[in-house]
Design a binder for this molecule. Structure first.
Ligand code: C2E
Ligand code: CA
Ligand code: CA
Length: 729
């Protein structure tokens, strides 16, 4: 801090300001005789060629004065002497002749030293350049009086200076108090405050800053941490980045970075700093407020973790998985040789685990699955839980497709190994959908979508552990999606019609009955049931569609009966999904009653493979409908998993030998043997046997040879619209 008193420089500056316009010369010297002030009047009187400021008095005004001005011995003696007061006669030799001047001098204590102020004035009453010898006594006295007045003025000025001095020190006191108040605020601030130099030397710090860095007091910090680079340069870049930023921006706000505490613990800090500059814009030091934000950071990190992880298993969640895939896709843009694969998994029958053992057991199973999955992949791969029992694996850098298959098999094996849940041994299995060459995709969403499609395929194809996605699957799937809504609309706007394909007695070609087959007339096209029935089954629309088909057939039979007084059995395809709807038998009964049809004319065709899926409920439905008088036929016989025990459990009256055995029955002896055996089996069980897909006369002959009597196929007739079928009656 500066001294509170007024300095020589201050006074001379003040004097200079008031002496600029004076005719008189004003000169001020400090105690050592250095010239602090020399006004224009002085320069004029002495004819100085340049400013004497800062020079010793003798150099400017002595006999060999450097500035080439006039020399006056009396002036030199008076100023260098100790006296104060007036010197009435100093003579200057000038080119135009000698001139007389008066001098008034004041010596005053200022700022701990002594200030000499001189006022040089042309002598009163003397003509410029004239001799004082001609002046009268009275004139001299008046001149002296004037000088006294001027001295008095200077004394007054001196007094004013003292007042100014006092005022200054009062201001300084106030400033000091303010500064100490601010220092208190900084010292006690909750935020850390510190100043440091570009080479990390600590200049100043407050208590909070010391505490952040793990010191008990500021003094302790200053003693042991003169250099704070240790705390701020956890990574060499971190500290340097901060400095670079400050050099570039003057100040930075909320700069978050890691700080090492004295004991080595790493904290997160937020800092607002500025660069303090000196003359020429050079950095003097930096100062900053700093806050320990580790708590906030930990909370943030926890939230981020929660946002990207599954809370139950701790695996990545869908968002993180998508993010990882996105990153990998961006990376392959740079490294096209990088290949990766994505697997999605869905546990088989997980619902049953939940239902039979409770949800906490279900949770245990999911956690077990998570651990198993992690054990099957490398550290660089990502395992995620996407939904309830849906998982995904992202295999990075898969060198070959077989790697993805190997992992899939490893996963299957790991899951099937039984483990204990609530004291019981459980083993799970999963269906897996695989997307190979996932790096060819544009977005993570697309990969997941296709992996899902492949997964669905794996799920529907029983006994298959994994399925690789193909473009064909997507096309079929997309078709399916359009279908479902259109199917719904088609049902409401009566786009469905029933066709009837004759079932013929093969020995004479006589009509035995019909099989009713649905047709969908949609957008000018006729769509086959093999395309829309599976969609109707999956969407649940089969219930409504199935009832519509039964109603249609019943009405048709009654109509034909009324018109032609003949009645024929009519086969109708029933999906196993229809049979499990609890109200189905009642609905059938209502339709039969309302139409007034003889139920024994109706034969419901069911397939054995469909029955396998939902046996219990199906069997119950079949039994109830059988009790209404409706008969049953086993369709596509020979294609399912064929457990003969079913044939005994079901109240069957008929079975249909699948078309696949008929196709080459006349040329392939194997097919012929099978057909012969199937016919024999049917006959033994007391069932009538129908062979389907008869297209050629040669087939008819071969079939008749092995004892088939009833046939159906294009050879006899394709499925016909009612009006055409009616002609056969
Ligand atoms: P399906 O029960 O096996 O029906 C026989 C299928 O073979 C029919 O196909 C029929 O048109 C076709 N077909 C008949 N004779 C020949 C032939 O000589 N050669 C060849 N290659 N095919 C022949 P469609 O009508 O396309 O029906 C396909 C499947 O859709 C049916 O197979 C049946 O499972 C199902 N379906 C048809 N209508 C219904 C229905 O109303 N409800 C239910 N749930 N399913 C139905
Ligand atoms: Ca059928
Ligand atoms: Ca069939």
């Amino acid at each position: 801090m500066d001294s509170p008193s007024i300095s020589m420089v201050d006074v001379s500056a003040w004097l200079a300001a008031s002496a600029v316009d004076l005719d008189e010369g004003v000169l001020a010297l400090d105690e050592a005789g250095t010239i602090l002030l020399c006004n224009e009047g002085m320069n004029r009187i002495f004819g100085l060629r340049s400013s004497p400021l800062g020079l010793p008095f003798a150099e400017a005004f002595g006999r060999e004065g450097r500035l080439g001005g006039c020399y006056s011995e009396s002036f030199f003696d008076a100023v260098t002497g100790k006296n104060t007061g007036a010197v009435p006669d100093i003579r200057l030799e000038k080119p135009a002749g000698p001139e007389s001047y008066g001098l008034v001098m004041l010596r005053a204590p200022v700022g701990g030293g002594r200030l000499t102020v001189c006022l040089v004035k042309r002598a009163v009453g003397l003509p410029p350049g004239g001799s004082p010898a001609g002046s009268t006594r009275g004139e001299e006295e008046r001149g002296e009086e004037k000088l006294h007045t001027q001295i008095a003025e200077l004394v007054r000025a001196n007094a004013q200076l003292r007042m100014l001095n006092a005022e200054r020190s009062a201001v300084t006191q106030t400033l000091r108090r303010a500064e100490s108040r601010y220092r208190d605020i900084v010292d006690n601030a909750m935020e850390g405050f510190f100043q440091w130099t570009p080479n990390w030397r600590l200049l100043l710090a407050n208590r909070a800053f010391a505490k952040i860095l793990g010191y008990d007091t500021v003094n302790e910090l200053m003693r042991s941490a003169g250099d704070v680079s240790f705390h701020f340069s956890l990574s060499p870049e971190a500290g340097q980045t901060l400095m670079d930023e400050l050099e570039r921006k003057e100040h930075i706000i909320g700069y978050e970075f890691q700080v090492a505490r004295r004991d080595g613990v790493v904290l997160w800090a937020s800092m607002s700093a500025r660069r303090v500059t000196g003359p020429g814009g050079r950095t003097k030091y930096y100062e900053a407020f700093i806050e320990n934000i580790s708590g906030r950071r930990i909370a943030e990190e926890k939230l981020t973790y929660q946002a990207f992880h599954d809370h139950l298993t701790g695996l990545a969640n869908r968002a993180l998985f998508r993010d990882r895939l996105g990153m990998a896709l961006r990376r392959t843009a740079r490294q096209p040789e990088c290949r990766f694969a994505v697997l999605t998994l869905d546990l088989d029958r997980f619902k049953q685990v939940n239902e039979n053992f409770g949800h906490s057991a279900g949770d245990e199973v999911l956690c077990h699955v998570a651990v198993s999955l992690l054990s099957c992949v490398r550290d660089t791969d990502t395992v995620a839980r996407l939904g309830e029992d849906e998982f995904a694996v992202f295999l990075e850098e898969t060198e070959s497709n077989s790697f993805a298959f190997r992992v899939s098999r490893r996963i299957q094996a790991a899951l099937e190994r039984p483990f204990l849940v609530k004291g019981r041994e459980i083993g799970v299995s999963a269906s897996i959908g695989i997307v190979l060459n996932a790096e060819k995709y544009e977005s993570a969403e697309d990969i997941l979508r296709d992996a899902g499609i492949a997964l669905n395929r794996a799920k529907t194809d029983r006994g298959i552990c994994y399925k690789v996605f193909t473009q064909k699957m997507r096309m079929a799937m997309q078709g399916g999606i359009v279908f479902e809504t259109e199917l719904r609309q088609g049902l409401n706007s009566q786009e469905f019609r029933m066709n009837y394909q004759p079932i013929v007695r093969m020995e004479d070609g006589g009509l035995f009955g019909f099989e009713a087959l649905l047709r969908w007339h949609h957008n000018g096209k006729v769509i086959s049931p093999s395309r829309f029935i599976p969609v109707a089954e999956d969407s649940g629309l089969i219930r409504k569609l199935g009832l519509f088909a039964i109603e249609c057939v019943c009405r048709q039979l009654v109509e034909w009966q009324q018109r032609h007084a003949v009645s024929f059995v009519t086969h109708l395809n029933i999906s196993a999904r229809q049979l499990v709807f609890p109200g189905f038998p009642k609905d059938v009964r209502r339709i039969i009653d309302r139409a007034g049809v003889d139920p024994s004319l109706l034969v419901f065709e069911i397939t054995e493979s469909a029955l396998l899926e939902q046996s219990e409920a199906c069997l119950r439905g079949i039994q109830q409908i059988y009790e209404l008088g409706v008969r049953f036929c086993l369709d596509d016989f020979g294609t399912g998993f064929s457990s003969l025990s079913y044939l005994r459990q079901l109240p069957l009256s008929c079975m249909k030998v699948d078309r696949s055995f008929v196709t080459d029955v006349e040329t392939n002896s194997q097919s012929l043997i099978i057909v012969r055996n199937l016919v024999g089996l049917g006959r033994e069980l007391g069932l009538s046997v129908v062979v389907e897909g008869v297209e050629r006369y040669s087939q008819v002959q071969a079939l008749l040879d092995v004892g088939c009597s009833l046939g159906q196929g294009y050879y006899f007739s394709p499925p016909l619209p009612p009006r055409e079928a009616e002609k056969l009656l």
